[in-house]
Design a protein around this ligand. Structure first.
Ligand code: AMP
Length: 283
């Protein structure tokens, strides 16, 4: 079975033993409720390093009081079995007191790439993510850490934080794993009713259509408006954003046709009933 450790001391002891034996280590931070997208990160890490460590910690600091922290799906036994089947070497599953000891008072303060999109919709989110990921990177001392492009802005924020704080780790981005119909795999898809799950495919479909439109010379603003309208027609109750952005700094593109040489990324977040879905694609 994949070994489970719950303390930073045990985690460090194991990672240091591997490194002393000349084995490189990859970290895959997660919030559990694992699916094939998470396991694809483990498998990508295994192509680059000998040892893989997955962390499972539902991080209270990245949820606002009105968000779904209590309802977020949890299931350690199943997670451990899936990690075992993927050949993951270690599961780090700390409790909240191990991560945030009594009197905890330190939060990473971000500007720049964290500000638009998710940062605008969820003001506390990236500060909480950056704080826990920085802690995990310091705790585990991995050679590489793998994050999904599914959370594209998060990946860019983490690249920025590791560069700005000189954290000695290589950040690896992994492509988004999707269901057969194109919906990005997500732990939050478990919230969807059967009807909502059927409607959810409108999100990747609207994104593909918008990308095809701008590639054919359509104005960015027009393609974005058509995408939002398609989502609303499919039953999404609110679109937080459906934006073409620069792939590196996430600055706004448009409103006109894309200039040649642009590096566009389409990012979207929209509500289907009580579930907020996010996705993004290169364009
Ligand atoms: P989460 O458990 O949602 O915090 O995600 C943990 C890691 O898995 C993050 O780096 C996510 O970007 C990544 N991830 C989640 N869903 C997918 C997916 N469908 N494809 C690839 N990576 C994913």
């Amino acid at each position: 079975m994949t070994r489970i450790v719950r303390t930073v001391a045990e985690l460090r002891e194991q990672v240091r033993a591997w490194k002393a034996a000349g084995e490189q280590v990859g970290l895959i931070p997660t919030m559990g409720a694992l699916h094939d997208g998470h396991l694809s990160l483990v498998r990508l890490a295994q192509t680059k390093v000998k040892r893989t460590v997955a962390s499972v910690f539902v991080n209270p600091k990245q949820f606002a009081p009105h968000e779904d922290f209590d309802a977020y799906p949890r299931g350690e036994t199943r997670d451990a079995q899936l990690l075992e089947s993927a050949g993951c070497d270690l599961l780090f599953a700390p409790n909240a007191a191990e991560m945030y000891p009594q009197g905890f008072s330190t939060t990473i303060n971000l500007t720049g790439v964290s500000e638009p999109l998710e940062g605008a919709a969820r003001p506390q989110f990236f500060g909480g993510v950056a704080t826990v990921v920085t802690k995990l990177l310091i705790q585990a001392e991995p050679d590489i850490a793998v994050f999904g492009e599914k959370d594209y802005q998060q990946l860019q924020v983490i690249r920025r934080v590791t560069r700005d704080l000189d954290l000695p780790v290589e950040i690896v981005g992994a492509p988004t794993a999707r269901a057969e119909d194109g919906l990005a795999l997500s732990s939050r898809n478990a919230y969807l009713s059967t009807e909502e799950r059927a409607a959810a495919v409108a999100l990747p479909n609207a994104m593909k259509a918008a990308i095809a439109a701008v590639q054919a010379g359509e104005r960015v603003e027009t393609a974005e408006a058509a995408g939002k309208a398609a989502l609303e027609a499919a039953g999404f109750r609110q679109v937080d954003y459906f934006d073409f952005r620069d792939a590196d700094d996430l600055s706004r593109l448009g409103p006109d046709a894309l200039p040649s040489g642009a590096r566009p990324r389409l990012l979207a977040a929209a509500w289907l009933g009580k579930t907020r879905l996010i996705d993004n694609m290169g364009a």
